[in-house]
Ligand binder design. Structure first.
Ligand code: GDP
Ligand code: MG
Length: 442
């Protein structure tokens, strides 16, 4: 999942504490040290990390646990609460007609994120449209056009002019029946006067309700500086933090942005159009420290697959029953939802589980085809009770489907693992609701 290492470090630090006989100063000191080490690896600024751990220390040692709460529970609560505060506030996401201007440096992910956000709003039943005002990059218009076409998003671009103001005016006129207008803009290698001027003029004309700055998370703690600069020179209403999937430095990017006061509103975690989520500090931290977020998963599942199927899937997750057909349906929907590892990060207790190496995203599609043929060559009995599939049956299925035996064995192995996961999910579901109740009582 996003920020694997940071999550693991936090989890381990907390596990040590909950494993300790009782909570005293030494235990708290050690926790503080562990936390600092972990935060450092995520590129969190030293000063911020010290402030955070001081607060945690102070509260655990001096605050009285709420009635009915053990010192250990108190400590976990303090760590959780302080981490949540540390990464920012829950942002407001406008779900009504409005205009959004995207700004950001070259390659920070503007155009990609614009397509993601448009899809996000489409799924919410709104009607977004895009206007391409990046007149600097030669291929920028084509990129926007391509993304818009791929995702069925109305758009306006102009290849005859280099004037972003003219394009915006024409675009607003042509697309005025749409709910949400999203404007792409030009980037630069760095924020200079020229860019600031251009963006200001564009802002004055468009009068956006939102000015979203895209920043790549791999900048680590430098992200905050960039956000502050843009905020000062152009003014932003929120941050779209991109590329959280590909960096260990995301913690630094998140926390340094949080202290600028400009809220992180969205997180991008992949190149695909569905790799977007709204930033929710509580959800983010509970996922990071391993409480998972089954609700987020189910919400996403509902969006990715038809409602009846989603319901069935949720039902199966709770009963633990899981046939080969379910397995097949599920991989299909998981593909729609994004990478499996991502999805697993949302399931309680599963963030740390690793998928078999060979199941990487690039080979996913190819493999799916083979698995599909193999599954089609299985008979009803085998699909219902895959345990009966012995080497002889594998041979027969391989012949019938043209799929190598090794692939079939691998598919069965993966099925077994998924089945175990499903069982775990159904057993953890109870735990999750208990935990959720506990946190509500905090
Ligand atoms: P722009 O110059 O600001 O418009 O940036 P682009 O939208 O063209 O993105 C630059 C590169 O970053 C492209 O290759 C995108 O596919 C990639 N990218 C954007 N967002 C993400 C993300 O969240 N994760 C990953 N892994 N790549 C991303
Ligand atoms: Mg672009």
């Amino acid at each position: 999942m996003v920020l694997d290492k940071l999550g693991q470090g936090l989890k381990e630090a907390l596990r040590k504490v909950t494993g300790a006989g009782y909570i005293d100063k030494d235990v708290v000191e050690e926790l503080v040290k562990d936390l600092q080490k972990t935060l450092l690896t995520a590129d969190v600024e030293v000063k911020l990390s010290l402030e955070l751990t001081e607060k945690i220390k102070d509260r655990t040692l001096h605050e009285k646990p709420a009635s009915g709460m053990t010192p250990k529970e108190h400590l976990v609560r303090v760590v959780y609460e302080e981490l949540v505060k540390f990464v920012g506030k829950k942002p407001e996401i406008l779900l009504k007609p409005h205009r959004i201007l995207f700004i950001g440096l070259f390659g920070s992910g503007k155009t990609t994120s614009i397509a993601k956000l448009a899809r996000f709003y489409q799924k919410k039943g709104l009607k977004p449209a895009l206007i391409g005002c990046d007149v600097h990059r030669p291929a920028a218009m084509q990129q926007l056009e391509q993304l818009a076409k791929q995702n069925n998003i109305p758009y306006y671009i102009s290849k005859d002019t280099k004037d972003p103001l003219k394009i915006s005016r024409e675009g607003m006129e042509k697309l005025k029946k749409y709910d949400i207008l999203i404007f792409d803009s030009s980037g630069r290698d760095a924020l200079d006067k020229e860019l600031a001027e251009e963006l200001k003029k564009l802002g004055n004309l468009v009068k956006p309700d939102e000015v979203l700055l895209t920043i790549s998370a791999d900048l680590g703690q430098v992200a905050g500086k960039q956000a502050a600069e843009f905020n000062k020179l152009v003014g932003i209403t929120g941050i779209f933090l991109t590329k959280m999937d590909g960096t260990a430095k995301g913690g630094g990017a998140l926390t340094s942005c949080a202290v600028t006061g400009a809220p992180i509103k969205f997180i991008g975690s992949g190149e695909k159009t569905d790799a977007i989520e709204t930033f929710d500090p509580e959800r983010f931290i509970s996922r990071l420290i391993g409480f998972g977020d089954l609700e987020a998963l189910l919400e996403k599942a509902k969006e990715a697959i038809e409602p009846e199927k989603a319901e069935k899937m949720a039902e199966r997750m709770t009963t633990g029953k899981f046939t080969i057909d379910d397995f097949y349906e599920q991989i299909k929907s998981l593909q729609k939802m994004g990478s499996l590892q991502n999805v697993m990060g949302m399931i309680p207790g599963m963030g740390t589980m690793k998928l078999p190496k060979e199941f990487d995203a690039t080979k996913q599609e190819q493999k799916m085809k083979k698995w599909k043929y193999a599954i089609e060559s299985m008979n009803a009995q085998e699909k219902e009770n895959p345990e009966i599939i012995n080497p002889n049956r594998i041979k027969r299925i391989a012949k019938g489907s043209g799929v190598p035996e090794a692939d079939i064995r691998e598919m069965l192995k993966f099925y077994e693992q998924s089945k175990k996961m499903m069982k775990l999910v159904s057993s953890k579901r109870g735990m999750f609701s208990k935990l959720a109740k506990k946190f509500k009582g905090f």
